[in-house]
Write a protein that binds this ligand. Sequence first.
Ligand code: F6P
Length: 342
Amino acid sequence: MRVGILTGGGDCPGLNAVIRAVVRKAERHYGDEVIGFRDGWRGVVDNQWIPLDVESCRGLLPRGGTVLGTSRHTPFSLPDGMAAATKTMRTLALDALIAIGGEGTLSCACEMSDRGFDVVGIPKTIDNDVGMTERTFGFDTAITVATDAIDRLHTTAESHERVIFVEVMGRNVGHIATWAGIAGGAAFILVPEEPFDLDDLCAALLRRQRRGRFASIVVVAEGARPRPGTFEVAEPPVDAYGHKRLGGIANVIAAEVEARTGLETRVTILGHVQRGGTPTPSDRVLATRFGVAAIDAVHDGAFGQMVALRNGAIERVCLRDATAKLKPVSDDLLDVARTFFS
Ligand code: F6P
């Protein structure tokens, strides 16, 4: 078989590990030829690709980012994109395409599958918000980085008796904030799933202060927003792909908390450091399992499907179901986090 592979959307640790796994099993087990499209769907539209083989994938397992490059373009966002993508598939005589991405890339894969493309999806994102899978690779690395940062911020917060707001990624869901916040012993965690009340937060921080020596870490997901009508926050700008450009909400909250309570605040925005660098062992293993499963799915003709982690096992789920709805943080986990809010 001749199989194409692409990485789309925001990069995340583990993308190179998954590419390596696909190529390894494709070449050594099935005798396939693999090509890698440059910059996500853009490479399919522009017919830009590189050959991939076991040799060219040497050293990729621990390397962050994606050697293929990535973009948020889709054949639907580029002029004459569908016609060009169809031409590329025909010209290259591709038997199948493996699309590795988050919500945007996989939704596009689903649309392409509906239009007759033989596509298998692999979920990735540090945000861990893709539906129908317990985990996406990249998430473990992100929470490891965020937890390490919180651990470090505790000691300086304690020394100065400050409230330190730590902003993490998570535009629609607060998986990173919740996991890193619990792991790091945060006093409060603000997530997009539950609009927060600034009065409640201020009152709780003052209660903590009255108890004696005081320091608090508040973890804020970049997509966290106040309860409507309680406190106004400016709408973020929107980028060329219609994505809100988030980042900085923690500055707004910290300034307001300081003004209302007199507590001294500081802000650390972790940003892309959560997304860069080498993947954790757990992300390397998950990426490797997904890669092997995806090329198996191609050989089983399981098109329009996505590989997923469910009950600890790798399964196939329908791309349409997986992209229908983002996966929020479970109520159970939010309840565990709340136990420590005081
Ligand atoms: O990968 C998902 C994500 O990390 C979001 O949490 C974040 O808002 C977004 O990517 C930022 O991506 P970029 O800076 O590449 O537009």
